[in-house]
Ligand binder design. Sequence first.
Ligand code: CA
Length: 141
Amino acid sequence: MTSMRERRLTAGIVSVAAMATASLFALSAPAEAAQAVCIEPEPAALYLYENRNGSGDVFQATASVIDFRVFGFNDKASRVWNKYDCRAWVLYDDNQFEDRHYCIRPNQTVDLHLEKWNFGDKISSVKKLTGKSCSGYPTFG
Ligand SMILES: [Ca+2]
């Protein structure tokens, strides 16, 4: 008689322990996701090339550039390579992040002189975004 009751109690304790473990997992999952850091390749930069084949002057941007006239690289880029794993960038025709613009995704390379973009020798400012998404911006395909 008493053994049946003991077994029920034991079963009850086991299921409570299982629930506690399950909720611990639920709590730890988002924390682990937040700690998953996106690692950039070395050296990570937005590379702007003077010529379509990558020759000529090269500008390495690791932060937003509000006006390329300051660096002697205004309306000069013909090819762009976003060598970042974790960041998208927005390329603007005018300085101060104005006028026509396109967002370039992580690890994307673009020939700006292609007719469909008509963006060669036009970039005057670039903005580094906080994440890898181009959401809300026009993109290069
Ligand atoms: Ca321009």
